[in-house]
Write a protein of this length. Sequence first.
Length: 310
Amino acid sequence: MTTEATLTPAVSSARGFALRRAAGIRRTRPYILFAVPAMAIILAVIVFPWLFTLFMSVHDWKVTGARTFVGLSNYAALANDERLLGALGRTLYYAALAVVLPLVLGTIAALIFHRRFPLRGFLRGVFILPMMATPVAVALVWTMMFHPQLGVLNYLLSLVGLPPQLWVFDPDTVIPSLVLVETWQWTPLVMLIVLGGLAALPAEPFESATLDGASAWQSFRHITFPLVLPFIMVAAIIRTIDAVKSFDLIFVISQGGPGTASETLNIYLYLQAFAFYNIGYASAVVVVFFVLIAMLALILLYLRQKAQWT
């Protein structure tokens, strides 16, 4: 009698838990159905293309020919492809310039626009206009500006007594010229990110620094810059990913030329896939390209975490 009385509450509790769990499953099951369309879209748009790319990268596959399994031969050929290695070097060179210059100029612009002065709101709006234009339209306008005889840039140089330049028509200046366009268009993005960080800074450290007699440079070096550095790192991550995968601006202005002087990985990939119709080899380049972007993103995310102010 005592044993039965002792076990009855435990049995009742277990039975009640089982009933509540079953009821919870019944209530949750209809909500899972709402996630099915999103999961289907992710599988169709992201997962399947990547799996198919990996599948193509282990085949010798041309558009006009049959598909032949070659294993890792495409990846082995990448290490001996001098044109690919040159494109990789130009990509990193282009990305380094296209990240550093907007970061520096965007931070300076954010510091300027953070101060109060007449027409500040209007000038902010004017400053972000380049970011609102499409890259192809920007590239077409700058192509006309880069023209050695008819371009406005050489005319401006002549006004100050400087000799005309070949800009994108010279192998030595084509990448810096393309970076000039990239910097002009995306410096406003960095400015907006850093400006948001400046607006979120606490006022107490600056008030204490003023009472201690700190100069403007000292306040910026020891207070403003450390506090706003995480926001600068966010802008660096965005700009690095955009610069490494830049295609439309380079293709419209220079098509990778003159010669291969501005042929980045994206341009090389495009030529392999849609000019030489070497789909299998181009897929291997895509995989390597993705690994490169992922590594850069992870490094920048680590640096951003280290830059967190505590």
